[in-house]
Design a protein around this ligand. Structure first.
Ligand SMILES: *[C@@H]1O[C@H](CO)[C@@H](O)[C@H](O)[C@H]1NC(C)=O
Ligand SMILES: [Cu+2]
Length: 253
């Protein structure tokens, strides 16, 4: 809600970027992201429960058993089987209640269900390169390009500092897209919060993840594995467009 108000007052153009002083999440644009937010919310419930419980017990001990309120100590009260059982079994049950939805989501996000197209992503020091192996140009090579951050001196009005790139990964919305991610030098991490994407780009290995983008938009992320001096200057920008516009883009690229 706060983000929404922020957006309307300060930044009327709708963009999926982090905002100054942001406390909440970005607006999601994929089912995976909704899953992550829902898991966060349900775990937060236990967090509040545990915090209230712990601080309540701690507070009442400090109040009721202080030297002033309780001058004579219970020297011979050293244990109580019932309460010890309760405070051992309850946390165990809470951990199980957290673990179940957590693993469920983890394995669901890991699943790549018959993708309609594949984008290869390679992390380099310090830029990303993308390849659309499903689309071959006239010369027989697949469509591919590098994506560099736009330096501060070249920013145009409306572009985001440290976030915008010269070439965005354009993909169609409402389509199962697979990203195959690797690194060419050191470990990078391809991450786009609003799409629930975060996957290591490891040299010599291929990692895969998939996404289905639910609305048109430009989604900004940053490399999320410390990879050297310019780690902070290799953002990942995914642009979700309608299928027709994707074809138009393919024609131009
Ligand atoms: C990607 O690959 C690395 C190494 O092979 C692995 O540690 C990591 O868990 C994989 N998955 C993701 C989501 O990063
Ligand atoms: Cu990095």
């Amino acid at each position: 809600m706060l983000n929404l108000i922020f957006n309307i007052i300060i930044n009327p153009i709708y963009n999926d970027v982090p905002e100054p002083l942001q406390l909440g999440f970005q607006d999601g644009a994929s089912p995976g992201y909704s899953g992550i937010v829902d898991l966060h919310d349900s775990i937060f419930f236990y967090l509040v429960l545990i915090c209230v419980g712990v601080f309540w017990v701690l507070g009442s001990v400090m109040l009721n058993f202080s030297a002033k309120n309780n001058p004579i100590t219970y020297k011979y009260t050293t244990h109580g089987t019932l309460i010890e059982l309760i405070w051992t079994i309850t946390p165990a049950l809470i951990l199980i209640a957290i673990a179940f939805p957590s693993f469920k989501l983890l394995y669901m996000l890991d699943e790549v269900i018959s993708p309609a197209m594949t984008v290869k992503v390679a992390g380099n020091q310090w830029y990303w390169s993308y390849e659309y192996s499903d689309f071959i140009k006239e010369d027989g090579d697949a469509i591919s390009f590098d994506s560099y951050m736009i330096p501060e001196s070249d920013l145009e009005v409306g572009q985001f500092r440290l976030l915008d790139v010269d070439n965005r990964v354009v993909v169609p919305v409402d389509t199962h897209i697979r990203f195959i991610v690797t690194g060419t030098d050191v470990i990078h991490d391809f991450a786009v919060p609003a799409l629930g994407l975060k996957i290591d780009a490891v040299p010599g290995r291929l990692n895969q993840t998939s996404v289905i983008i639910k609305r048109v938009g430009t989604f900004y992320g940053q490399c999320s594995e410390i990879c050297g001096t310019y780690h902070g200057f290799m953002p990942c920008v995914v642009q979700g467009v309608e299928a027709e516009n994707f074809l138009v883009w393919l024609d131009q690229v």
